[in-house]
Write a protein that binds this ligand. Sequence first.
Ligand code: GLN
Length: 309
Amino acid sequence: TMIHSANYQAVFHEVVAELKNVADQGEVASYIPELSKVDPNKLGIHLSTTQKEQHSFGDADEAFSIQSIAKVFSLTLALKIIGKDLWKRVGVEPSGSPFNSLVQLEYEKGIPRNPFINAGAIVVCDILVSHLKNPKQDLLAFIRKTAGIASIDYSAKLADSEKQTGYRNYALANFMKDFGNIHNDVETVLDLYFHLCSIEMSCKDLTQAFLFLAAGGVNPMTGETVISQERTKRINSIMLTCGFYDEAGEFAFKTGLPGKSGVGGGIVAIHPGEFCIAVWSPKLNRRGNSYMGMRLLEAFTTKTKSSIF
Ligand code: GLN
């Protein structure tokens, strides 16, 4: 049986104390200049249960750049809009490659392996551009409604910084356009993609925004039905197999929860039926996932017996 939820708080303290020795490891992402300005020693943890209990530690209320964690929102909205036709344009297989890799696209004729690598998320943005009247505003409105938090916003500075240094993302989009899998203007699609990556939220906000994935598609905080139970299953499954790029197997092995990371150092993980947990520690391992975040969640699910397995 799982640890009584009242003890989560104590477990956060225990785990952080035990991991003091790894707190210095990893490097803050520097390939996006704006991201390198973050304080590397930030550490936040927040857990929200489907029963709306809250457990918090450290910098859990401070907003940071959620980066690729936002790819779950864009996927959710695109699925709502076009349904299973989406899977004609992007696969559901783990890539085993870095998040920004180009190599598989040539053999797979411009169809990205999954919606969480950059190539897949760019195709999802292309779908949103095709179907939304005001893509940036409409996507943001969807995220705010999903979370029940009206203050969630893009960072114009960060989006601009990504654009200035987004050579690989331009390469991915142009390559897929050549294969016919990008239907709109590359500049417009990437503008949405860079804004998506620039969203800022705290650990607490993240758990509230992702709690629908722990509760069959309904956000218990707002009562809002975000997506069907069936699609909730699909999204959690892709998070489990593809949420950490070429480290997805490692995260599943160690933590045993579906989750999604971002190069801002955030990780969100879901225990269907039980809770959503978000951690933030900006120093990354060589795969672009939070060094401390991975270790924290591993220790947390082991101690609390809260893996899904
Ligand atoms: N904005 C980042 C990029 O496109 C997102 C990558 C990530 O968080 N893994 O490179």
